[in-house]
Design a protein around this ligand. Structure first.
Ligand code: UT7
Length: 330
């Protein structure tokens, strides 16, 4: 891990704003999710717009980490984790690479929704380990609020929009910033937990209401708590770490109750659990890298900290990773 950056769109949507649109209350939203406000895209902002800003910040950070010896043009692979590409076709990563002026670099999207960043990390890590790439720009970006049914108060309170990016480079496995272990999983029998029924090859057009996200909130909650804890333990075991070795748990910021419950099941005290969900909401594939960047900037994450990542999302998919936090330039 050699550089990090983020971008949150400037427009803020508070719980009070949601109360104007729905029969809901600040108390209900805070009690169920811990969320007070979230940032959302304007009508003219797309996922690639967020991603280009975040990626530029990560490339600047990588330059600052390396000093003047390596230039950002050296990126040789772009991986974008997203569930909200600018268009159904083509993928958004090549568009981002072009806007960043990265030349004929390979670029593709990874679709694992809220687990997308951990899946993308596994792809980037594997590409570097087997020598296909030496410097990967990995972006998690979503404008998930563009998929929310204006009549669905339950999903409306949960999600926000953002992008965050990492630069990963080839290095030694024992260096700070090297991925120590990964664990991934999926269960397609749970595909209906969070889905958009129409707009794909199964139902290309469908009814207008089938073009929005449909979420079974309680079932998502139950599976998320179970799988995020389980996959985190697998990643720890693969790294040879115990729960006590973890300095910071930076999990997918789905909702404060999910974070608290997973941490409780793992036996992690609250001061080792990072959360920015109150002001960001669930930013889907951006959630974990956004949390890493904000935790690094605020000093909650320090060089040498042993970090555990864990996520659960639509699919259903889940994933976890361990790494030791590096010193990153800004
Ligand atoms: O990365 C994964 C992404 N998804 C998630 O993380 C979502 C996980 N799930 C959740 O966070 C919660 O399920 C929600 C916050 C989405 C919903 O909370 P809940 O406690 O599971 O509520 P519920 O869906 O079981 O609904 C309970 C009641 C219902 O009313 P009745 O039928 O009992 O009268 C809902 O209509 O709460 C009502 N309700 C609301 N009331 C006020 C649902 N949404 C709202 C709302 N304001 N925004």
């Amino acid at each position: 891990m050699a550089g990090i950056g983020r971008h949150v769109p400037p427009t803020v949507l508070t719980n009070a704003d949601l109360c104007q649109r729905f029969d809901t209350s600040d108390e209900w939203i805070r009690a169920r999710t811990g969320i007070r406000s979230r940032h959302v895209v304007r009508l003219d902002e797309a996922t690639s717009d967020l991603a280009v800003h975040a990626a530029s910040a990560a490339l600047r950070s990588a330059d600052a980490t390396a000093g003047s010896s390596e230039a950002s043009a050296d990126v040789d692979l772009v991986v974008l984790a997203t569930a909200t590409p600018d268009h159904p076709c083509p993928a958004t990563a090549p568009l981002i690479a072009a806007r960043l002026g990265l030349g004929a670099v390979p670029a593709f999207d990874v679709g694992a929704v809220c687990s997308g960043f951990v899946y993308g990390l596994a792809v980037a890590d594997g590409m570097i380990r087997n020598g296909v790439a030496r410097r990967v720009l990995l972006i998690g970006a979503d404008a998930f609020t563009t998929l929310l049914n204006p009549a669905d108060r339950s999903a409306a309170v949960v999600f926000g929009d953002a992008a965050a990016a990492l630069v990963l480079r080839a290095g030694r496995a024992d260096e700070p910033g090297a991925v120590q272990s990964l664990a991934l999983g999926s269960d397609g029998r749970l595909a209906e937990l969070i889905s958009i029924p129409a707009g794909g090859s199964r139902a290309p057009r469908g009814e207008p209401e089938d073009r929005w996200i449909a979420m079974q909130g309680q079932a998502v909650y139950r599976h998320a708590v179970e799988r995020m804890g389980e996959v985190a333990l697998t990643a720890l075991e693969r790294a040879g770490w115990s729960v006590d070795d973890v300095d910071k748990f930076v999990a997918h910021q789905a909702n404060q109750r999910i974070l608290d419950t997973v941490a409780g099941k793992l036996g992690l005290p609250a001061d080792r659990v990072y959360s920015n969900v109150a002001e960001r909401g669930n930013t889907v594939a951006a959630s974990i890298p956004l949390a890493l960047d904000e935790a690094d900037e605020s000093g909650e994450l320090r060089a040498g900290d042993r970090v555990l990542l864990s996520a659960f999302g639509a699919g259903a998919t889940w994933g976890a990773a361990t790494l030791t936090w590096p010193r990153l330039g800004r």
